[in-house]
Design a protein around this ligand. Structure first.
Ligand code: EPZ
Length: 433
C-alpha cells in the first residue's frame, strides 16, 4: 500500500492571530517563464516554496537555465535568481508538463527568444478539460507555426514574430495564461501588437510590470485591451512577486469558518473585492489597510449568499470551493454557479461525506446550511478542493483526516505551520492509502 501525507485536524477552535501571506503562485509561475527572455540573471523576490514552483524550476533547468535560491531573510523566502546559460535545449517533456499545466507559459517566451519549442500536450486534470487552443491561435497570429508530433506540439518561428491584432476571448471568457503567453511573446516581436479580450487578472499585470522593467513596452494591462510595442532585447532585473490573493482569500474564510479574528499581512484587499463583498453578504466583515486585511469572524453569524465565478474582477473560480465550505455552516440556502470550469465540483461529494447538504445541478450547486456537520475521512482531488476540505475540518468539532494532501502542497506554502501559529490543531502524518 502506498504511504502518503495526510492531515489530522481537530477542529472547532477559533483561529486568532496574524498570518503572513506568501507571494502568488500563479504570478510566480509565468514570471519564472518570462526570465527565459532576459539577458543576465533575473532576481525574483517572494517566490513561494511550493511543489508547482519546484516543477517550474526543473523545467527551466532543462531549458538551460541556472536557478539558485538565496538565503531566507527575516523568515521570508530567499530570492530566486534565474539566468539562461545554454539556449540549445528546447523541449518541455511530458513528465514535467503532466504534473503542472502552468508549464504551458514557457511556449511564448521560448518562441520569442529561441524561435522553437517542443511541448508535450498537457493531459486532463481534476477540474476538467483545459485546452490550450487560444494560446496556440494567438501565437500563430504572431507568426508561429505549430505541428503535432506523437503527443507533442512542435512550434517554430521563421525569423522573428510579427506584431498584429490578436483576439483572445474564448467561450468561457478570457484566458489568463494565454494572455500572458501572447503578451510575453509580443514583447520581442517586430512592430506593435494589440491583444483584444485580454484577461484582467492581477497576475497578468504583475507579469507586464516585470517585462516593462526588463525593457518591454506594454500598456493597458489590467484592462481588456493590451498594447505591446516590440523591442529588440530584454535585460535581467529585480522584481517582487505580488501577494497570493487566493491564499489570502482562503485564510479570510478560515477566520470566518472558525469564528476567529485573523489579520493577514502582505495582503492586497484591492485584489479581493468580490470575495469581501460576498462575505459581507453572508454576515462576515473584513477590514483592511494598504498591506493587510482582518477578518472579524468572532462576531459573525453566517447566513447565505449567491455567486457565480467570473473572470477578474468577478468572483474567482479559485475561491469557489472554499466559500462553498463556509456556506455549508450557514443559515439558509446558497446558490453557487461555476462559469469558468463547469466541472470544478469534486469537493461536493467530500463535503457531503462530512454531513453537508449540497445538491449539484449542471454548473450550479445548491448549498443548504446545516449545524450537523461531522468529522469524516475525506480525500483531496485538486488544489482548491483540498483547501475547502481543510477549512470545513477546521470548523467541525472532532477529528477529521484529510488524505492526499500533496494537492495542497502544490499551492499553499507551509499551510499547517501558518494554521498552527494561529491556534489550529492540525498535524501532518504519513498514512497507508
Ligand atoms: C489560471 O489558469 C490559473 N492557473 C488557474 O488557477 C485559474 O483557475 C484560472 O487561471 C482561471 O482564473 C495559473 O495561473 C497557473 P484560463 P489558466 O486559461 O490560465 C478556457 C489554481 O487553482 N480556455 O484563464 O490555465 C478554460 O478551459 C489554478 O491555482 C480555453 O478554452 O486558465 C477555462 O474555461 C487552477 N482555451 C477558461 O478558458 C484555452 O486555450 C479560463 O481558463 C485556454 C483556456
Amino acid at each position: 500500500m502506498p504511504r502518503m501525507d495526510a492531515f489530522m485536524i481537530r477542529g472547532g477552535t477559533p483561529l486568532n492571530g496574524t498570518v503572513p501571506i506568501s507571494g502568488s503562485k500563479n504570478s510566480a509561475l509565468p514570471l519564472l517563464a518570462a526570465t527565459l527572455m532576459a539577458d543576465g540573471p533575473t532576481r525574483l523576490d517572494g517566490v513561494p516554496r511550493l511543489s508547482d514552483i519546484d516543477s517550474m524550476i526543473k523545467l527551466l533547468g532543462e531549458l538551460g537555465c541556472h536557478v539558485q535560491r538565496g538565503e531566507a531573510v527575516d523568515g521570508l523566502d530567499g530570492p530566486l535568481t534565474v539566468e539562461v546559460r545554454d539556449a540549445e535545449s528546447c523541449e518541455a517533456r511530458y513528465d514535467i508538463v503532466k504534473t503542472m499545466r502552468a508549464s504551458v507559459c514557457v511556449i511564448g517566451p521560448m518562441l520569442a527568444r529561441r524561435g522553437r519549442i517542443t511541448f508535450s500536450i498537457p493531459g486532463g486534470c481534476a477540474i476538467g478539460d483545459r485546452p490550450i487552443d487560444l494560446h496556440l491561435r494567438g501565437l500563430e497570429k504572431l507568426g508561429a507555426r505549430f505541428t503535432h508530433d506523437g503527443g507533442n506540439i512542435v512550434g517554430h518561428v521563421d525569423g522573428r514574430l510579427r506584431g498584429t491584432t490578436v483576439y483572445l476571448g474564448g467561450a468561457s471568457g478570457p484566458t489568463v495564461l494565454g494572455t500572458i503567453n501572447v503578451m510575453s511573446a509580443a514583447t520581442l516581436a517586430e512592430g506593435s501588437t494589440t491583444i483584444v479580450g485580454a484577461a484582467c487578472e492581477p497576475e497578468v499585470s504583475d507579469c507586464a510590470n516585470l517585462l516593462n522593467k526588463m525593457g518591454a513596452k506594454i500598456t493597458g494591462m489590467g484592462g481588456p485591451i493590451i498594447r505591446i510595442e516590440g523591442v529588440d532585447e530584454l535585460q535581467a532585473v529585480e522584481h517582487r512577486v505580488i501577494p497570493d490573493r487566493i491564499e489570502a482569500g482562503t485564510f479570510l474564510i478560515a477566520g470566518a469558518i472558525t469564528g476567529g479574528d485573523l489579520k493577514l499581512t502582505n495582503a492586497n484587499a484591492g485584489h479581493l473585492h468580490a470575495l469581501i463583498d460576498r462575505l459581507a453578504d453572508c454576515g462576515v466583515s473584513v477590514s483592511h489597510d494598504d498591506t493587510s486585511m482582518t477578518v472579524h469572524g468572532n462576531d459573525a453569524t453566517i447566513t447565505h449568499t449567491e455567486f457565480a465565478t467570473q473572470p477578474y474582477p468577478g468572483f474567482p473560480t479559485d475561491l469557489q470551493a472554499q466559500l462553498m465550505a463556509l456556506l455549508c455552516f450557514g443559515d439558509g440556502m446558497s446558490v453557487i454557479t461555476e462559469r469558468i470550469f463547469p466541472d470544478r465540483f469534486t469537493h461536493v461529494a467530500e463535503l457531503n461525506r462530512m454531513g453537508a447538504r449540497i445538491r449539484k445541478e449542471g454548473p450550479s450547486a445548491f448549498v443548504a446550511g446545516t449545524e450537523k456537520l461531522q468529522p469524516a475521512r475525506v480525500m483531496c482531488s485538486d488544489l482548491r478542493a483540498s483547501a475547502a476540505l481543510v477549512l470545513a475540518a477546521l470548523g467541525i468539532h472532532g477529528e477529521t483526516r484529510v488524505d492526499r494532501i500533496y494537492h495542497i502542497d502544490r499551492g499553499y506554502e507551509a499551510i499547517e505551520a501558518k494554521l498552527q501559529n494561529v491556534g489550529a490543531d492540525i498535524e501532518r502524518v504519513v498514512v497507508d492509502q
